[in-house]
Design a protein around this ligand. Sequence first.
Ligand SMILES: [Cu+2]
Length: 154
Amino acid sequence: MRISVAALVCLIIAGLPMPAHAAGDLTRQKPIEVVVELGTKDGEMRFVPDRLEFETGKLYKLVLVNPSPHKHYFTSPTLASKVFTRKAEVKHDGKKLAEIKGNIAEIEVFPGGHSEWWFVPVATGTFSDLHCHVKEEGGASHKDMGMVGTITIQ
Ligand SMILES: [Cu+2]
């Protein structure tokens, strides 16, 4: 029996387990929305939630809102190194004010502010370097006051 190279390649490919999202532009999927509050209305120094989970190969819209009276940062150098960023957006009252392209290292959100970070995780890991490095007058940083979190990418 003769079998063509093309047929052989088809047989090999058909036998491999392929994730459903493997084909096409991963940044053009319908995004999974994850909302994180930076600080609380009462001025508590924490991220809500403070544990985030993502999966590689999926598009996320990480919505960062600040309901508190303080400005806050969302900073995780490890997360920044493990994602491909499609864009970041700044919104006010549901209206888009700015769209930023390129790599994002950290995002600062002012009281009442709303930003979105659209990204696709490309590497796995668990890391606890999410923090806010704003310092209040007197020297204590929000990180020292409990504004920290853990991120897992599976
Ligand atoms: Cu802060």
